[in-house]
Design a protein around this ligand. Structure first.
Ligand code: OGA
Ligand code: NI
Length: 342
C-alpha cells in the first residue's frame, strides 16, 4: 500500500515490492556524473548584462542553474528547512488528518506522486500547498508546528519576489521587454511542495521522484544542505546537482519552454534516495494563472514557426495530472504537428 505515508511507517529492511522498478528503469547510480558544472550565477553582480547572458546560457544549455546572493538570507532558509523537518516529525495521528491523494486539493499531505494513477510508487512523502494569494490559503495550512504558517508565508513572499526578478532577466535574455513574461503569465499562482525522502533500504531499485519535467513556468528549489539527490539529464547522462551552500536551484518549467518557442528547455530531472540519510527539499512553483494563454511572442516565431500550439494553462495542467510522471514530455502532446486535435 502506498496510501500510507512513508514517514509514519516503521523502518524497512528491504524495499516493498510496489516500489521496485523494473530493471530497465532503475537509476544506475554508478553511472551518474558527479563533477557537474551546472552554472552558478551571482545575482548581486553589478553587471546586469553579465547576469542576463549567464542566464541565457544556463537556460539554453542546461535548463537548470543555481543562484547565490539571491536576497533571501541564510537565516531565513535555515528556518524554512527546520520547520519543514519539524512538520514531518509530527505524530502519525496529526499527519493522517492532512492526508489526501486527490491532486485537486489545494492543501494536502501525500506520498509518492500520483498514487491513484501510478503502478510503481516513489520513495517520497510531500506536503503540497497553494501559496498565492497567501490570505486565501494560509488559514488552511497546517497549524502545527506552531511557527509553520508564519515562516512559510514569509518565505513564499520572498520566493515570489525572487521569481519575478528572474522572469525579468529571462525576458530580457530572450530580447523581450523586462515585464513580458510576468504580463503573459497573468495573476500567477504559486504552489509549494515540501518533499521528504526517508532513508531507503535499496536506493538502486527506486526513486524519490522519477524523471519528470515541471509543468509550471519556473521552479525555485531549496535543497538539503547535507544530502544530495537531485539529478538532471544532459546529453543522455544524469548529472548530480550538488547544492552550493544556501544557493537556490532554479529550473525552467514547461511553460517557459513553450513561451520561448523551445529555445529554453524544461529538462528532465529526478530525485534519488539513499540508504543512510533522509533528505528534504522545498520546491516553489510559479505557475501561469489558469486562464493564461500560452504561445510564443511574434519576435520568437519570425524565423522559426511555433513548435507548440497555443493553449491555456488550465488545459495543460489537467493533461499533466492525468498522466503518469515519467511518460513522454507533456509538451509533446501540444506540438503543432503532434496530430492530437483536441
Ligand atoms: C520537484 C523536484 C527535486 C528534489 O519537486 O518537482 O523536482 O530534489 N524536486 O526534491
Ligand atoms: Ni521537478
Amino acid at each position: 500500500m502506498a496510501d500510507q505515508l512513508l514517514s509514519t511507517t516503521p523502518h524497512h529492511d528491504t524495499l516493498p515490492e510496489n516500489y521496485v522498478r523494473p530493471e530497465s528503469e532503475r537509476p544506475r547510480l554508478l553511472e551518474v556524473v558527479t563533477d557537474s558544472n551546472i552554472p552558478v550565477i551571482n545575482l548581486s553582480s553589478s553587471d546586469k548584462s553579465l547576469i542576463i547572458s549567464q542566464i541565457a546560457n544556463a537556460c539554453e544549455n542546461y535548463g537548470f542553474f543555481q543562484v547565490v546572493n539571491h536576497g533571501i538570507t541564510e537565516e531565513m532558509l535555515r528556518k524554512v528547512m527546520g520547520i519543514g523537518m519539524e512538520f514531518f516529525r509530527l505524530s502519525p495521528e496529526e499527519k493522517a488528518k492532512l492526508y489526501s491523494d486527490d491532486p485537486a486539493k489545494k492543501m494536502r499531505l501525500s506520498t509518492s506522486f500520483n498514487v491513484k494513477k501510478e503502478t510503481v510508487h516513489n520513495w517520497r512523502d510531500y506536503l503540497r500547498l497553494h501559496c498565492y494569494p497567501l490570505e486565501d490559503f494560509v488559514p488552511d495550512w497546517p497549524s502545527k508546528p506552531e511557527l509553520f504558517k508564519e515562516i512559510m508565508s514569509t518565505y513564499c513572499t520572498q520566493v515570489r519576489q525572487l521569481g519575478f526578478r528572474l522572469f525579468g532577466y529571462i525576458s530580457e535574455s530572450l530580447g523581450l521587454e523586462e515585464d513580458y513574461i510576468e504580463k503573459v503569465l497573468g495573476k500567477q499562482e504559486q504552489h509549494m511542495a515540501v518533499n521528504y525522502y526517508p532513508q531507503c533500504p535499496e536506493p538502486e531499485l527506486t526513486y524519490g521522484l522519477p524523471a519528470h519535467t515541471d509543468p509550471n513556468a519556473l521552479t525555485i528549489l531549496l535543497q538539503d544542505q547535507q544530502v544530495t539527490g537531485l539529478q538532471v539529464l544532459k546529453e543522455g547522462k544524469w548529472i548530480a546537482v550538488d547544492p552550493v551552500p544556501w544557493a537556490l536551484t532554479i529550473n525552467i518549467g514547461d511553460q517557459l519552454q513553450a513561451l520561448s518557442n523551445g529555445r529554453y528547455r524544461s529538462v528532465w530531472h529526478r530525485a534519488v534516495v539513499n540508504s543512510n540519510k533522509e533528505r528534504m527539499s522545498i520546491a516553489s512553483f510559479l505557475c501561469p494563472c489558469n486562464s493564461a494563454l500560452i504561445c510564443p511572442p511574434k519576435k520568437l516565431t519570425e524565423h522559426s514557426p511555433a513548435i507548440y500550439r497555443s493553449y491555456t494553462y488550465d488545459e495543460y495542467y489537467k493533461k499533466f495530472w492525468s498522466r503518469n510522471l515519467d511518460q513522454e514530455h507533456c509538451l509533446e502532446l501540444f506540438k503543432t504537428n503532434s496530430g492530437e486535435q483536441n
